[in-house]
Design a binder for this molecule. Structure first.
Ligand code: NAP
Length: 309
């Protein structure tokens, strides 16, 4: 049975979802959506938890997103995940959003409560869990260099770092103005002089070797939130000579295996991890929002790993 549906299937009242066995009550909205790994691990979680429902992909073009969100209650849905390019539209569509979703400007998890839509973003909290799991450290204790601070994922991660008040945050972006604007917005979370030293706790810098060299010398964790790294032909994000063994490098890209950045970091002895753990934990947090109980994390992890090509 196909697990990809159209927006019309949803707006038309959703009977097609109830006719499935088990009925579809959860989904991911995206455009494109065929690549999403979420159905693999959410359906495994639903089975393991004994919940008689399934999770499907719904292809939602941008112009139909508002109608698709509004159709969820009538179609009998408990909620949905939201992926590219609808996370900002989801924030606009929900009746209420939590503090982190509002600050990050995006929603990746919607909970249907009666006729109301409640919005959450589990990307940042998922990253916190992923960093703890991968490196046995807490994000709040780290000096972070964030590559790609101008994108949606970069913003969500920067806001999470600010809410954790991590030791230092360096926002790196190709379009420097975006990183500067974000640094100004988040500066209030970094006002205390928790770190003693000659450097500011939050800074915006361009994607340039000299600026990166200076900042990486004061960093513990490098996070890649750019869209670079999914293809073998992608360029190096950081000159390899700037990578050192004391760094932890987390690449939010979750294509199978290691991105070029991770290959280069591993070759100098840095600790590395790719974005599969963030994907897993953001999904587990969505499950917890929908069902108000712990997610079967190991079942989800195995399903995610076995869905890898
Ligand atoms: P996005 O909004 O399109 O942002 C792309 C970012 O990459 C921007 O900061 C952009 O800089 C930068 N960029 C693009 N091309 C670049 C280049 N050639 N050199 C330097 N920087 C470049 O994308 P997004 O939605 O934030 O997604 C970014 C990544 O996060 C994707 O790889 C996605 O897979 C990953 N992600 C992973 C998870 C997970 O659970 N693991 C969750 C969410 C997202 P400008 O501002 O200058 O354009």
């Amino acid at each position: 049975m196909s697990d990809e549906y159209s927006t019309e299937d949803l707006i038309g009242g959703g009977r097609i979802f109830s006719e499935r066995t088990p009925p579809a009550r959860l989904s991911v909205f995206g455009d494109p959506v065929a690549h999403s790994k979420s159905p693999a691990f959410h359906n495994a979680a639903l089975r393991a938890a004994g919940l008689n429902m399934s999770y499907v992909r719904i292809h939602v073009p941008a112009e139909k997103a508002p109608a698709a969100f509004r159709a969820l209650p009538r179609a009998g849905f408990l909620g949905t995940n939201v992926t590219i390019p609808h996370k900002a539209a989801a924030l606009a569509a929900v009746d209420e959003a939590d503090d982190y979703a509002r600050r990050s400007g995006s929603v990746n998890t919607v909970l249907v409560e009666g006729e109301r839509l409640l919005g959450f973003n589990t990307d940042g909290p998922g990253l916190v869990r992923a960093i703890h799991e991968e490196f046995s450290v807490d994000l709040r204790d780290l000096r972070v260099v964030l590559l790609g601070a101008g994108g949606g994922a970069g913003r969500a991660i920067a806001v999470q770092c600010a809410m954790e008040s991590c030791e230092r945050l360096v926002l790196v972006n190709r379009t420097l103005e975006k990183a500067r604007a974000l640094a100004a917005e988040l500066a209030g979370s970094f006002r205390s002089d928790r770190l003693v030293g000659p450097v500011d706790r939050i800074q915006a810098i361009p994607f340039e070797e000299s600026a990166l060299r200076l900042q990486l010398a004061h960093a513990d964790l490098v996070i890649n939130a750019t869209s670079i790294g999914m293809r073998r032909t992608d360029p190096s994000l950081i000159p390899p000579a700037l990578l050192t063994p004391n760094l932890m490098v987390y690449d939010t890209v979750y294509a199978s295996g290691r991105s070029r950045l991770l290959e280069e970091a591993a070759s100098v002895g840095a600790r590395c991890a790719n974005g599969l753990s963030m994907l897993l934990h953001q999904g587990a947090l969505s499950f917890e929002i929908w069902f108000n109980r712990p997610a079967p994390l190991e079942v989800m992890r195995q399903a995610l790993l076995s869905s890898e090509p």
